[in-house]
Design a binder for this molecule. Structure first.
Ligand code: HEM
Ligand SMILES: *[C@@H]1O[C@H](CO)[C@@H](O)[C@H](O)[C@H]1NC(C)=O
Length: 532
């Protein structure tokens, strides 16, 4: 009796509330379609109404495919969310990410990305002045000196990698190796060594392999989660147990990685203190430089929470990206035998022994190897999608459009890298396009144009600080592997490419498939090696 009475008396209230809610959304949607400043820009209908398509794309790992398809259909400017524009021109790229003075900042989704760590990292600090300070602190760890002291550590890891992939018997092919996994382990081992002065030993042992995997599964969770509406709620629940119930294993993985990094940072701080007390020589790894560095202007150094946030940043930003590009290189080398032949010949004729392979004039003279890396980063950019920037007060001019403050803008690497205005015949893997040569018809102008539209590391003050380290890791690894081994795709296997049964945009067999999780999840290729 009571219950029915209650329901009856609440009915008008509930009905009223529903009408208000429906009315609110109707008005909002009509506004977004008609009077909203972005109403004149083209894009799929659903994107104009809500941000949910974006969340779903981030969840499904196919955002980059949508960017490409949307630009193909709607042109160089697409409204990808009610308040968000995506551009596909080099002029927009430079206008949005270019120099120091660009009137934008990172959007709030970055804050959510780091909400779990209790402090923002250099990557997720959106305040421009605070970021400039963090970037100055971090820059010591990426100076020429720091890179020089990093090189022996990288080479040591590459040596272990090469021993591990080598076949047991000479003149025989090794067992097949899943290069996505092996490159992850190598990338993670190198970053562990550089960031914490401690190898993770993923290549030799199972123990830390799980953690290596969490850099990307954790990122997959954070990616879609950061695009959810109501950031003030999501940021609060991100570290709670509730999260693990709602988001499952990927959320647990994210917490696992955070705790792991915090523990490593503490160990490193203790080790540095101990070494100082005993007047012992300390190892000059990345974390050493960060711990030592003080802001030249204020004399401040980082708090423990900030150190932990930056260390998670270093191991995720520094390992998954490089390993994506290495795995993709194996894929493209094997699918393009002429490229493999030429790059192998270059490396083998440049160096006379494995000890000879280190940075210096010889490595710099390997222009084809360098071009291979550019080409891999073009077709498989390890951070493939739209990196959101919010226009600040005063607005921003992009390609002749005045964009109002508060609007979110960006250029997705994957779509501009496949834009035929900058990269003729965009689907063919052609390192030659990066080398001026009358025989191939590649001119200084075409290389310059390509370079202006090339953004795997993004650009400007928020561009990648680890770019030179990444090139160094890539070139050292590939030069060693190519010098020592012949390689082939395991017979009967064709892992890593597209296929007719996959979703739209994944049909090209000779395109390395990426699952966009801010960074990239990938699979294969399965490769066999033979010592030469
Ligand atoms: C092929 C390898 C790499 C690629 C493609 C890459 C790409 C990128 C991109 C696109 C950004 C901008 C992200 C954004 O706007 O949200 C970025 C930022 C960053 N990357 Fe990399 N990265 C690579 C390797 C590395 C390495 C080896 C490190 C260091 C160990 C590193 C450390 C960072 C840091 C600290 C930032 C944040 C910079 C800032 O906001 O000031 N990256 N990277
Ligand atoms: C290869 O490695 C990836 C992880 O990078 C994994 O998802 C995939 O299942 C592996 N494939 C095979 C056949 O082992």
């Amino acid at each position: 009796m009571m219950l029915t009475y209650l329901i009856y008396s609440l009915l008008p209230v509930l009905t009223g509330a529903s009408i208000v809610l429906i009315g609110y959304f109707l008005v909002l949607w009509i506004y977004r379609l008609s009077l909203h400043p972005l109403a004149k820009y083209p894009g799929p209908f659903s994107y104009k109404l809500t941000n949910w398509p974006l969340v779903l794309q981030a969840y499904h790992g196919n955002r980059h495919l949508h960017h490409l398809r949307d630009h193909a259909k709607y042109g160089p400017i697409v409204r990808i969310g009610p308040n968000t524009l995506s551009f596909n021109t080099e002029t927009a790229l430079n206008a949005i990410y270019g120099g120091k003075k660009v009137n934008v900042r990172k959007t709030g989704m970055y804050i959510t990305l780091d909400a779990g760590s209790g402090a923002l990292s250099t990557h997720t600090e959106i305040d421009k002045e605070k970021h400039a300070y963090r970037r100055r602190v971090l820059s010591y760890a990426f100076s020429d000196n720091a890179l020089r002291s990093a090189e022996p550590l990288i080479l040591h890891n590459v040596e272990i990698f090469c021993s591990a992939i080598a076949p047991k018997e000479k003149h025989q092919w090794s067992e097949k190796k899943n290069m996505s996994l092996w490159c992850s382990w190598l990338g993670f081992d190198i970053m562990g060594d550089l960031a914490f002065g401690e190898r993770f030993k993923c290549i030799e042992s199972e123990e830390h392999r799980y953690t290596a995997g969490t850099t990307i599964t954790g990122s997959k969770f954070l990616y879609w989660f950061s695009y959810l509406p109501c950031a003030w709620v999501t940021r609060r629940i991100i570290t709670s147990r509730l999260m693990e119930v709602l988001a499952g294993q990927t959320a647990a993985d994210f917490m696992h990685l955070m705790n792991y990094a915090e523990e490593k940072v503490q160990r490193k701080i203790e080790a540095e203190g101990f070494a100082k007390k005993e007047s012992k020589e300390v190892r000059k790894d990345t974390m050493h430089y960060i711990l030592e560095s003080k802001d030249p202007e204020t004399g401040e150094s980082l708090t423990d929470k900030e150190l932990a946030a930056d260390s998670v940043l270093l191991i995720t930003a520094g390992s998954d990206t490089v390993s994506t590009s290495l795995a993709a290189s194996f894929f493209y080398f094997l699918r393009n035998p002429n490229v493999l032949k030429r790059v192998t010949a270059e490396v083998r004729s440049t160096f006379t022994s494995t000890e000879d392979i280190h940075s210096g004039p010889k490595l710099n003279s390997c222009v084809y190897l360098q071009a291979c890396m550019e080409e891999v980063l073009r077709v498989a950019p390890p951070v493939p999608s739209h990196l959101p920037r919010e226009v600040l007060s005063g607005g921003l001019n992009v390609d002749g459009h005045h964009i109002l403050a508060g609007t979110i803008v960006g250029v997705p690497a994957y779509s501009i890298h496949l834009n035929k205005d900058y990269f003729p015949d965009p689907w063919s893997f052609r390192p030659e396009r990066w080398i001026v040569d009358p025989k191939t018809g590649v001119t200084a102008e075409s290389v310059e144009l390509a370079t202006r539209a090339f953004c795997p590391f993004s650009l400007g003050t928020r561009g990648c600080i680890g770019k030179f380290l990444a090139y160094l890791e890539f070139k050292l690894t590939m030069a060693h592997v190519l010098y020592r081994f012949d390689m082939r795709e395991a017979p009967g296997e064709n892992l890593g490419g597209g296929g007719p049964d996959l979703e739209e945009g994944r049909q090209r067999q000779n395109e390395f498939q990426m699952d966009d999780a801010f960074g990239v999840m990938r699979n294969g290729p399965l490769v066999e090696f033979m010592s030469v």
